[in-house]
Design a protein around this ligand. Sequence first.
Ligand SMILES: [Zn+2]
Length: 68
Amino acid sequence: MTDIFDHASELEELHRQRALESHKSRESSPSDDCVSCGAIIPQARKKALPECNLCIGCATIKELRRKP
Ligand SMILES: [Zn+2]
């Protein structure tokens, strides 16, 4: 069973690296991507929060960390 979990974390790492690479190579529209993880921020979120540069997941984590 451990093999499956090892493989899963490997894939996750690969996906993260690819996301970061594509984030770097797409400098034409950096504001569409989360500055923290490189995920694409939904247009609805960009409309509601034009200054926002984090995806919903990272923004939630940031909010949680800010609270005591
Ligand atoms: Zn993010």
